[in-house]
Design a protein around this ligand. Sequence first.
Ligand code: ASP
Length: 433
Amino acid sequence: MKWYRKLHWQIILGLILGLLWGLISALAGFNEFTLDFIKPFGTIFITLLKLIAVPLVLASLVAGVTSLNDTASLSRMGGKTVLIYLCTTIFAITIGLVSVNLWEPGKALPEETKIELQETYKDNVGEKEEGAMLVKERRPLDFIVGIVPDNFFKSASENSNMLQVVFVAILLGIGIIKVGGEKGKLLVNVFDSFNDVIIKIVDLIMKTAPYGVFALMAALIVDLAGDDLGKAGDLLYALGAYCLVVVSALILHVLLVYTAMFKIFTKVSLGTFFKAIRPAMLLGFSTSSSSATLPVTMERVEKNLGVEEEVSSFVLPIGATINMDGTSLYQAVAAVFIAQALGMDLTIIQQLTIVLTATLASVGAAGVPGAGIVMLVVVLQAIEVPVEGIALILGVDRILDMCRTTVNITGDAAVALTVASSEGKLGTPNLDD
Ligand code: ASP
């Protein structure tokens, strides 16, 4: 296949052209046109992906669980998955903490910039704080209680209830295994066929990805910069060191932790892994949403990495909700950066508190844009750093959100690959497309 026909190149082209369009539109003053006539196509694209997420998780998870044939392997896989998710998250936070403590980007911030930024974003911080207060008021086990729905249709009508859908799908799968025989077989076939149909629809939606990404990028630049490109430039410059630390630590995490994981548990190289999942990574970057990207992550992990469906359909939807290596790493760097910028030295106990709270905060964060910064309030409050400090980093958050979401998705796919390999459910990667 010619290189320009490959999906990821088309998505990259859409991304670059979208950025250019956004810049030209901000400079030449036709932002209104971009917002009225380009942005809606990006919105439709994301909405389509969200639309397909619940049916996809339900169909593929039921199909996956029923193909396991016994419930013992299901619980073994579940334990393994959660354990690896937890380990990669703790590694991510540690890498973030070490990087930000070594580089100390917060100490380099000019005094006037700090004051100016704090003034600019005071109102926004109030909103984030309210969101986090709601989360903080929860009791420790509310997270588990929340996984069990009292009405499946209510869960299925809200994409943020993905863990409830996962719970019901597993229950349904177990029920089908227990019934077995002709009746069981009938339902297995229904869910298998349903699953194939949904995968075809994902394929169709992905054909429009380059246009969707173009529209999303153009709208993002217009929203970020508005008519005042100079101001956006100043903000980016002032916070460059902080961004650099986050981005390099993210890259370091991917290169160190996932490479080590692949070396120990699989025969797949990091290069092959990236080639297989790059459209999903690009989409995560453009949408800043692990949930919206989930259908594509699942498709690439199954079709191109060779992970069997019973593993991917189980590991990935859970990962999109609870496993966020990028987000937890970012929260650790952001918390220490804010403390540094406000002239506070953190004790070792406070740094350990970051490890604990950032793990919980990333588990609690939804796979949607901006969720990570809302949960950052919880981390800051735990280490007694003023939450107003968030004002310092709000301006660059969207860009870092794109980067951390890419790592969140990469982490989910890496764990799916590892679990599949350890369960003997990994085929040969197919890198044709
Ligand atoms: N946008 C991220 C995600 O969807 C969550 C975050 O804001 O960190 O994975």
